[in-house]
Design a protein. Sequence first.
Length: 731
Amino acid sequence: MPRPSPVAPAHTGGSGGSSIDPLKLLKQYYPMLILAFMIGTGLGIAAFFVLRITYPVYTSKVMFEVRDPLSTVTDSSRVPQSRDEQERYLGTQIQLMTSNLVLTRAVKNPAVLETKWAERFTDPKTQTIEVDKAVRQLEKDVSARILPQTSLLQLSMNSHRDLDCAILANAVSDAFMDDHRSRGRESSSNSRTALTSRITTLIGEIKTLETTRDKMLADRHIDAMEMQSTGASLELSTVSQTLIDVMANQSAVQSRMDEYQNKLRTSSLDQIPDQLREEVKKDPVIQQYEQKIASLKDNEAALLKQGFGNNHDDVKAIRANIDASTRLKEEATNKRLLEMRAADIDRIQSGLASLAAQKKDLEAKAAENSKRREEILQTKVLFEQMNNDVQAKKAELQDYEIAWNNEEIAMFRPKGDKSESVGDRVRVIAVGETPKALSFPQLKMFAPLGAILMTGLVGGLIFLREVLDQRVRGPHEAAMVPRVKVLGIVPQASDDPSRPVLVETAFRDSPTGVITESFRQMRAPLIQKMQQAGHKSLMVISGMPGSGATTVASNLALGCAGAGERVLIIDANFRRPAMQRVYKLADKSGLADVLAGTATLEESIQDSTQPGLSVLCAGSAVARAVPERLASEMMNRVMAEVSAKFDRIFIDVPPAIVAGDGMAVANRCDAAIIVVRAYSEKRGLLARIRNQVGDTRADFLGVVVNAVRSSAGGYFKRNIKATHMYQNGKK
């Protein structure tokens, strides 16, 4: 018979990784965690009292203040440091405070040698303390730290005796302060030496500068230089103005000369300036010609007036005389013009030469005055520079003398070498006192610490157990298996308030019970899947004996029969059959006998007391001895025949871990489900069975988790209670 197309599961399992719900674990194990908390608290209190007697620790603390460096001693002001500088200085003091040098000095303190603490390191023969051992122990017992957001240092000393504690703390403090003052004195001494050397050098430099300055004052008459500089400036100003005027005249004359030069390039007298022509007209010779010509013209006019014509000899003679006189005048004029032009050119050239000589002389005087003025200014600048150098050296000398005095004052200790000075940057503000209470152990620490440790240990073990536990404890773990869908869960029978007598028939015996309701919720989607795929036969297989495959098969069959279907239960568990006992049927032939051919199917099927439900028992013991018949052709015919007569067939098979009969049956039925018992099967076994079923003809529909405990997280227990109350009409 061909296999129907399987229905794809609605949900597949995860990748197999473990996913833990912390809230669920807390609800499940909170009583154990509370007990662990109480036990841990008790152990912490007990540890406190034991350590208080066997290992008491007292702590004495010394407080130091770190101040900014002094700005000036006179007003005691200090220079604020940057955060990095302050942190670096504080860190340096912490290292020095716990250094080997300081601790060695502390160990050698006479007060320390008298303590019980020192007796541990005292050689009984020589009665001397072993300093190295004592220092190594002190390094473990003493600590120092910077108090956050302050400029305070705290030195802590731990000891098993309260009296020794304060002595040791103060000894380390005294050793540190002695070292601090010693380093301060050494630094101050070096500073004063350097300051003294610089002061001596400055005094010598000032003396040299003053000698040079005084010599310059005497040699160069510095006092009279101001008047000389003023006179030179005035003379230079006058010469400069005169030079400007000469250069202006020279430019004008040169322009006139250039004009003549341009006109001389032609021989025409038309280019002679009008000024010269006017001067020529005033010449006596030219004026005589002018007078003569005027007289002749008057005579000509008189003759013409008298009636003489133009052709008259007298008129012609006068006119000829006029023409001759005019020619003579022009010749005399031209000659005179040329003479005057030549004389004018000579005058211009002479003026240019004079102006050039005057300009050269003025330029020489200006250069001389500028040079003299510059020399005076340079001398004055040099003198002023020397004065400034002297004043600067004196100011520097004064600063160094003040610094030297400040160093002296800063290191002055009015009450002896161990007293405080204004220059000390570190000072003690609180000495170590004898502690009045233990610093270790403390009840307020040990009680909660014990509770936290014990609770954490138990919680860690619980978590580790949950991580390593591979058992299927509920639907969540079953869903972790790849390609596995959880069809439903069945609560543990003892958690059902209806208390069914026989869990295999709870559907019939306790119709309002919680177990019955769980099968109802499971049956509906399961039958729907089978109907959609056209499945009639369903094999129910478990992994381990006692997982509840018989219970699931029986109750599902009862549910289907109650829904009006014709249902057949086949008991294919030849190893340990149970259906005959569950339904209290007659001991007669069954499936094994039918497969062996010793009985027919009709006579082997028995009706149960539940309407619509029939049972095919396993059969006689002799016939069950050969379970291989489940894989025979006869089994195929049996399945075909019962599929034709019944609406639903449920087949109960032996657990997969003890027999392979289930795989033989799976190849001859339509579908299969796996039943696992909570806290029994492991996820690996479930995955293996699922893979085996997947290799058969049967369509794997999912897993039923049986006997789920109500304590698993708390919510399941409330659901069971609510279901029972609702089913029975209780509020």
